[in-house]
Design a protein around this ligand. Structure first.
Ligand code: PLP
Length: 486
């Protein structure tokens, strides 16, 4: 820039050539006249915050800077005064103006705590769908449609249960696809099964229930969310048909969290007999069954088993989400509650967040109404069936004698490897060293929650396949065999 004798020296504590910063100010000076003062202040503030104007840097006199930038001196004086008041600059009588001490050298960078495995050579961690199958074009069309048609009043605080339009659409979808008894008046739009679990925990707590039974092995999220709501999670064992009834009766709990259509993580489906026994138990203890239908849409060998809730909507609270069918990042799900819990749950939802974001709700309503959600489910179903087949075939090829269990459903299988690959602790160490992400079934058992199942002799894994293409599944299993070294 051209200079008219601007003093570019430094203040008492810091040297620096601030010419880069003056250039930033120059672009602010080119702003339209009405916005120029504000632009100058913003640019100066930004230069100090980012460290381009280092602490201690002496600023030119207002007259010199105004001449350099081609703006009025009053604008510069005003900017200096404003930033001095904010603590970015300091000034002293006869000592000029310099960059003050109350600033950081640079903006702190936010860390990303999301669970991701970017460096993995193979990723079989269960729980994630294929995010590249997200229907971006249909979603964008629904978003445009919603923005064009949404009445202004729907941008206000929503009914804490959710927009009537979405609750109506969801009630139809869930009745048709999952056999639930779906009264839209008792349906809540929530931010995933996680929030549904927290709300149910709070409602149970308010009714004086201090404990809830959880499946063992089971989802660690269930336990921690109930515990956070002040309800103790009591691990209960499973048998081949579902939760073992003897242990359930002996536990004294009056609420039980379940995954009946595809137990997580063992992959069993609750038998018809056990479903009836569980409902009888709930009636006998005047209790509730909490049904997490997390991946109930995906069954590959026959039609999915209908939801337990359909058999007794007054004893079963039903929850699900789009985390497996669309993307977990949408944080969108639903909760259907028995009459006895409805008021408490709705009140908790209201006090927790005053309702789910309305634009997202209207968008998803349109997505469901126009058949886009059914199309997405069919697309995922085809892809995941192919991936499951690829994984089962690759396991048979590279680990002959491996036993795959769990029904043909969902996004994961249980694979028990022949004994010669054990003990499990050593196997897991070898996988970690080779950059192969796998989870042991034992990690989901409450007895060694948070552990890695090192004490287990045989190797038993929970392998997620949905996020990996068939080619990468075959490569990944081959890498696993090479790393296992037998
Ligand atoms: C058993 C189970 N339920 C539910 C979920 C999904 O929770 P959300 O709907 O909050 O994403 C998961 C996550 O992987 C899960 O493992």
């Amino acid at each position: 820039m051209t200079s008219s004798g601007t003093n570019r020296g430094t203040g008492p504590d810091g040297p620096s050539d601030p010419s880069a910063a003056w250039e930033v100010l120059l672009s602010a000076a080119a702003a339209p006249a009405r916005a120029r003062g504000r632009a100058l202040q913003a640019a100066l503030r930004d230069a100090v915050r980012s460290g381009r104007l280092a602490q201690g840097t002496r600023l030119p006199s207002s007259r010199d800077l105004a001449a350099d930038l081609g703006v009025s001196r009053g604008l510069v004086t005003e900017a200096y005064e404003q930033l001095t008041a904010e603590g970015y600059l300091r000034s002293g009588r006869g000592a000029g103006t310099w960059v003050g001490g109350a600033v950081r050298a640079a903006l702190p960078r936010a860390r990303d705590l999301a669970p991701r495995f970017p460096g993995a050579r193979a990723d079989f961690v269960p729980g994630t769908p294929d995010l590249s199958l997200f229907p971006r074009a249909a979603w964008a069309a629904a978003q445009r449609g919603v923005l064009a048609e949404l009445p202004h009043h729907e941008l206000g605080y929503p009914d804490p249960r959710g927009l009537p339009r979405l609750r109506t659409a969801l009630a139809g979808l869930l009745a048709r696809r999952r056999g639930v008894v779906a009264d839209p008046e008792r349906l809540l739009v929530v931010s995933g099964v996680a929030q549904a679990t927290a709300l149910l925990g709070l409602a149970l707590h308010a009714r004086g229930m201090a404990a809830v039974g959880v499946e063992d092995p089971g989802s660690p999220q269930h336990s921690s969310l109930y515990a956070a709501a002040g309800v103790t999670a009591v691990p209960l064992p499973l048998d081949d048909e579902g939760p073992a009834m003897g242990a359930l009766r002996a536990s004294g709990v009056r609420a039980l969290a379940t995954t009946p259509a595809h137990q997580f993580p063992t992959g069993i489906v609750y038998s018809a007999r056990r479903r009836a026994e569980l409902l009888d138990w709930a009636r006998a203890v005047d209790g509730f069954i909490l049904e997490d239908d997390y991946d109930g849409d995906f069954r590959y060998d026959r039609a999915p088993v209908g939801a337990l809730q359909g058999l007794d909507p007054e004893r079963v609270a039903y929850t699900g989400s789009v985390s497996k069918s669309l993307a977990p990042g949408l944080r969108l799900g639903w909760l259907l509650v028995p009459e006895a819990l409805a008021e408490e749950v709705v009140e908790r939802k209201r006090t927790m967040d005053l309702g789910h974001p309305t634009l997202d709700q209207a968008l998803f309503a349109r997505f469901v109404e126009r058949g886009d959600h059914d199309r997405q489910l069919r697309r995922c179903q085809r892809a995941y069936r192919e991936r499951r087949d690829a994984l089962v075939d690759a396991l048979q090829e590279h680990f002959p004698g491996a036993r795959v269990s769990g029904i043909a459903a969902g996004l994961h299988v249980i694979a028990e490897l022949p004994r010669r690959y054990g003990p499990q602790g050593r196997f897991l160490e070898r996988m970690a060293a080779a950059g192969i992400e796998v989870c042991a079934l034992a990690a989901y058992a409450h007895a060694c929650a948070g552990g890695d199942g090192n004490r287990v002799e045989g190797v038993c894994l929970v392998l997620g396949y949905a996020q990996v293409s068939p080619v990468r599944i075959r490569d990944g299993v081959r890498l696993m065999r090479e790393a296992a070294g037998r």
